[in-house]
Design a protein around this ligand. Structure first.
Ligand SMILES: [Zn+2]
Length: 229
């Protein structure tokens, strides 16, 4: 146990919960101030808070910060307003952040995405970090509009960063892209058609000399955008 539970409130409807059934909980993350995890059971709420704390630790050095409360809902199946069932979603307009519960993740990826080889706890953390990167980017940028290519670049960089190095290498090997990455590949159409190549390219670009957090900062301050096609 790495953190102290600040509050642990049992969600409404306890009286109707059968004995032995999982208790839905809402947890204020002690190690990730300003983040609340809403999950089907206490262990999952704690796992979500751990992922949120990891996300903050990864993003703070790049100047991505949280400026307003965020609630992470762990659900049976996250729903994108346009595309339906998805792994996870952050809607900047509503501030709604949903992540599919661990047991629901692999069926969505199996045979379709190299990430189906990752341990499910690593995947759950990676997805949570990805969506929090969207949230922190929007909050850090404030009134500056960040385009979809730039948003996904940042989210995929931190998703890759959250992976233990051996798993990151496995993802890079599954869809190889040339170091130091290509600016033209950071495009919404590539993300739609080849999301793993997009993610690997984003990581290679981030790693390239002179980029890193400096590039993330140039994006969130509106100084830099990837070339449009
Ligand atoms: Zn995304």
């Amino acid at each position: 146990m790495f953190w102290k539970i600040a509050t642990l409130t049992v969600a409404a409807g306890l009286a109707l919960t059968p004995a032995g059934a999982a208790r839905a909980v809402e947890l204020d993350c002690a190690r990730a101030a300003g983040i609340t995890a809403d999950a089907p059971d206490p262990a999952l709420a704690e796992m979500t808070c751990e992922a949120a704390a990891a996300a903050k630790a990864l993003m703070a050095p790049c100047g991505l910060v949280q400026t307003a409360p965020i609630r992470i809902s762990v659900v049976k199946s996250a729903e994108h307003p346009s595309f339906g069932t998805c792994l996870a979603i952050y809607d900047a307009r509503s501030g709604c952040l949903e992540v599919t519960e661990p047991e629901g993740i692999l069926p969505l990826l199996a045979g379709r995405d190299a990430r189906d080889a990752l341990p499910v706890d690593v995947l759950f953390r990676a997805l949570t970090v990805h969506e929090l990167a969207h949230a922190f980017t929007a909050q850090t940028a404030g009134d500056i509009a960040i385009g979809p290519a730039e948003q996904e670049f940042i989210a995929n960089v931190f998703e890759m960063m959250s992976l233990p190095p051996e798993w990151r290498e496995q993802m890079l090997a599954a869809h190889p892209v040339d170091p130091p990455g290509a600016l033209g590949v950071v495009h919404p159409s590539i993300y739609a058609l080849a999301p793993r190549a997009f993610a690997n390219n984003a990581w290679r670009l981030f790693e390239a000399k002179g980029n890193g957090c400096a590039l993330v900062q140039r994006i969130v301050t509106g100084e830099f955008a990837f070339p449009a096609h």
